[in-house]
Design a protein around this ligand. Structure first.
Ligand SMILES: *[C@@H]1O[C@H](CO)[C@@H](O)[C@H](O)[C@H]1NC(C)=O
Ligand SMILES: *[C@@H]1O[C@H](CO)[C@@H](O)[C@H](O)[C@H]1NC(C)=O
Length: 367
């Protein structure tokens, strides 16, 4: 009798250990999906016939391999650091031929430099993966994963995954403000354009939710008027471009509002808004406090503020990338990305709404 009691409780105990074990390993292995533009592209554009690419020197100069990867950074980008924070290897670009088999379990990066919320954003880059196409690829990914681990497991992996989406900057820079009297600027006043963008961004988020995403970090634009490219083109004295800053200051608060509204309709904090303008403005306003010598001059480029044209082998290149807030005329340096991701992880509600990524991870591990 004693013996059978003993073995029954051993079985119970074993069952508990197995359950806990699989919960723990699920918490450790959390898939990550990335949608958006060049701020988060891990190299999809390397596989496309487009001029929006970062696949040659000196891009990647501080990457572990010291080779270009298609990331618009001297080293790691924001998704890499988020992968690091959740204890995962970096996601592969969805178009990478290496993204097969077990690697699909890590997730995928669908982002493509040059795209925006709108289809007509970035038309000059020709062949890029617009957001509706990125979402189609997300569906295709789920079919491919289902063939490997079954529909139910796929659904669970997607529901438990972390998602990052970064859109909006190009809808201003590579659409509304690309040329004077652009089609969109004749169609909409800036405030009306922002309202239109937010309504289209909302549809994108709703679609990603329909496809199973349940934890989505949503970022808007950085300080558009303060990047070296805009200083070079629009600034007389090194002050940020007032007009582009106005765009960023209209867009980002409305994005946070929209995200909060979506959450209250769903009845759950699926979406988390990251205020990228605030995160950038800290080191743009006081670069020295963050160990930068400048936030106005790009490390790699040419012309005023190194802000004109592309970063290429023929550009000026700074010797120490960690001293520059901007790597190229539009994109933060690896060091600046690190500061941004730190705020995503532990920032107060000034930066993260309704909560930061540390809180999300703590909540989601407590299943
Ligand atoms: C973008 O283009 C796709 C494919 O043509 C279409 O389904 C989608 O509705 C378009 N989106 C917008 C915002 O016009
Ligand atoms: C963010 O993270 C920190 C540290 O993990 C935590 O103490 C803080 O309360 C969090 N803030 C919010 C708004 O979630």
């Amino acid at each position: 009798m004693d013996g059978s009691f003993g073995s029954a409780s051993n079985w119970l105990l074993l069952g508990l250990v197995v359950t806990l074990g699989s919960v723990a390993s699920q918490a450790e292995a959390r898939a990550f999906f990335v949608f958006g533009d060049s701020l988060v592209d891990n190299g999809n554009n390397d596989y496309l016939a487009t001029t929006a690419r970062a696949d040659s020197y000196p891009y990647g100069i501080d990457y572990p391999t010291h080779l270009p990867t298609g990331r618009f950074s001297n080293g790691l980008n924001i998704p890499d650091m988020i992968s690091e924070a959740i204890g995962m290897e970096s996601t592969l670009p969805y178009l990478s031929p290496q993204l097969t088999g077990q690697r699909l379990l890590v997730g995928a990066n669908f982002a493509s430099a040059g795209i925006g919320i709108l289809n007509d954003t970035g038309i000059q880059f020709i062949n890029i993966i617009r957001i509706y196409k990125q979402i189609e690829y997300f569906q295709q990914y789920q079919q491919r994963l289902s063939a490997l681990i079954g529909a139910e497991q796929t659904q669970r992996l997607v529901n438990d995954a972390l998602v990052l989406i970064t859109l909006g900057g190009n809808d201003f820079v590579n659409n509304y403000y690309l040329v004077p009297f652009s089609a969109r600027s004749r169609q909409f006043s800036l405030p009306d354009y922002v309202v239109y963008l937010i309504s289209e961004y909302r549809k994108v988020l709703e679609r990603i939710y329909e496809l199973g995403a349940r934890r989505v970090l949503v970022t808007g634009t950085g300080p558009l008027g303060c990047v070296p490219a805009e200083l070079a083109m629009r600034s007389r004295n090194g002050e940020c471009s007032e007009e582009l800053q106005r765009a960023a200051r209209l867009f980002n608060p409305q994005l946070i509002q929209m995200v909060n509204q979506l959450n209250s309709e769903i009845g759950s904090n699926v979406f988390v808004a990251a205020n990228a303008v605030e995160m950038h403005m800290d080191f743009v306003s006081d670069p020295q406090a963050y160990g930068f010598v400048t936030s106005k001059i790009a490390c790699c480029g040419q012309g005023p503020y190194n802000g004109l044209g592309l970063c290429t082998v023929a550009s000026n290149l700074c010797p120490n990338r960690d001293l520059y807030a901007f790597w190229d005329p539009f994109h933060p340096s690896e060091k600046a990305n690190r500061i941004i991701v730190q705020q995503i992880l532990t920032g107060s509600t000034r930066y993260m709404n309704p909560m930061n990524l540390s809180t999300i991870m703590a909540l989601d591990s407590r299943v």
